[in-house]
Ligand binder design. Structure first.
Ligand code: ADP
Ligand code: ASP
Ligand code: MG
Length: 440
């Protein structure tokens, strides 16, 4: 059995849904199809939640009505037969009625998650209505029945596995399952989600749970490119990369994959394929244990980074000092991305600034604390690059004019990371494209 995940743009137009119905039925192998919300929907739901949270109910109502009109137009093109049209209308009515009810009750964090879940609930139900109209046998698997996270928002892979396999066993004769990406239940049993872009994570968790033959991530581009195509003009797809390389790129900003989406597949050794819905015959990227080749594969940029420098004359070689610093970050559950040390100072970076104030206060007793906001981590990733002298030369040779704030080298043989001011991001990505890949 395989997993096929389709992102927002892959389901975002009626004709795209028609097209993916063809893709999911093309091969004989049974499949679990994971769908995102139609493109734009989650953003709209975020906005609706924010408007309700700040008490702007008129604004929220208008945003709900605008989104509903979009869905009315969508279903008019999606299905044609009267019975299917009635069903699609009922789906849209049900979910928008829910949003209108929410307008009338007092707002809470849990409620905002309920709002966000409507996108994937709508896309999967509408796709099922279309499949039914086409006479394609399938079953809707409700993600809220099996996808769960614990108190720390970590997926409970053991329980996901048990519950999902029970569902599959109960429906042995079925070879096409449709389920929602992104949404899940939290430890309190409330509707929650796997954070923005989380459908990739859902797909990988499901693939791991059912020991799938492959986890296919279908999107709007032909695989992982060597550089960020949103920033750099000429980029090329990478045919083969290892789980380690893909995990680094995803974590350090390659938007094509959710930052955490590689570990489940890696842990259960499920190949991941990144494929283009609009160009299904393109090779895309295959991610397995094997890197395929040595050398640089891609660069990625992670935005909104804050650097913190702790300077102490008494420090640093004293043992136990770093532990004390790390404990502060642990206490506030704030991951550190990069770290460098010198005799008198430690610099580190975080991207989650929720508890920055408290962290800075607790760091004060250790010395002078300075912060630099609006930084970007640029990660250069490739099998063994840190061990390839030529690569290191090329890398630094091509960015001599960039004011690099930190360098992380040697943490992993597959990654060299640089911290630069956000204002330099475009320039550095372009220069690396030229210097490391020979692409203008
Ligand atoms: P989906 O809605 O299918 O999940 P996303 O928008 O989340 O799609 O991810 C695909 C997008 O990721 C691409 O359209 C591209 O702009 C962006 N992207 C950023 N970095 C890369 C990269 N290195 N390779 C490919 N795509 C990338
Ligand atoms: N719909 C969610 C989002 O836009 C999840 C996803 O598309 O992966 O973030
Ligand atoms: Mg995505």
């Amino acid at each position: 059995m395989k997993v096929m995940k389709f992102g927002g743009t892959s389901v975002g137009r009626p004709e795209r849904m028609h097209h993916i119905a063809g893709l999911v039925t093309k091969e004989k192998e049974p499949a679990i199809v994971v769908l995102s919300a139609l493109s734009g929907t989650t953003n709209a739901l975020v906005e609706i939640g924010e408007l309700i949270a700040k008490g702007d109910r008129t604004g929220a109502r208008q945003a709900i009505e605008k989104l509903e009109a979009h869905y009315q137009a969508f279903i008019a093109e999606l299905v044609k037969k009267p019975e299917a049209t009635a069903k699609a209308k009922a789906v849209v009515a049900e979910h928008f009625e829910f949003l209108h009810i929410i307008l009338r009750i007092s707002f809470s964090e849990a409620l905002s998650k309920d709002i966000l879940a409507q996108g994937e609930l709508l896309s999967t139900k509408l796709f099922c209505v279309y499949l039914e109209e086409q006479g394609i046998s399938h079953l809707l698997l409700p993600a809220l029945e099996f996808m769960t996270i614990d108190h720390y928002d970590e997926p409970q892979i053991g329980s996901i596995k048990v519950k999902l396999n029970q569902w599959l066993k109960k429906h042995k004769g079925t070879s096409l399952f449709i389920t929602q990406g992104y949404i899940c239940r939290n430890a309190r049993g409330e509707v929650d989600n796997l954070k923005r872009g989380g459908s990739d994570y859902s797909a990988s968790l499901i693939a791991a749970a059912i020991q799938a033959s492959v986890c296919e991530i279908w999107t709007d581009i032909d695989g992982m490119h060597n550089n960020d195509p949103r920033v750099v003009k000429k980029t090329v797809p990478v045919e083969q990369m290892s789980f380690d390389e893909a995990a680094e790129l995803a974590y350090f900003g390659a938007k094509i994959l959710h930052p955490a989406s590689i570990w489940p597949a890696q842990q259960y050794n499920i190949p991941v394929k990144l494929l283009n819905t609009m160009q299904p015959e393109a090779k895309g990227t295959t991610i397995t244990e094997e890197a395929g080749s040595v050398g640089v594969k891609a660069v990625a940029a992670k935005d909104d980074i804050t650097a913190i420098r702790i300077k102490s004359s008494r420090m640093l070689l004293a043992y136990g000092f770093l532990r004390k610093i790390f404990e502060v970050f642990e206490k506030y559950r704030t991951p550190i991305d990069m770290i460098t040390t010198s005799e008198v100072a430690v610099s580190l970076t975080i991207d989650n600034t929720t508890h920055l104030k408290e962290i800075l206060k607790e760091l004060e007793p250790f010395g002078t604390v300075e912060i630099d906001e609006n930084q970007t981590i640029i990660s250069v990733v490739g099998n063994q690059i840190a061990r390839t002298e030529d690569m290191v030369k090329k890398l630094f040779g091509s960015i001599m004019n960039i004011p690099v704030r930190m360098v992380s080298y040697g943490g992993s043989p597959h990654n060299i990371s640089l911290l630069v001011p956000a204002t330099c991001k475009t320039q550095i990505l372009q220069q690396l494209n030229r210097g490391m890949f020979g692409l203008e």
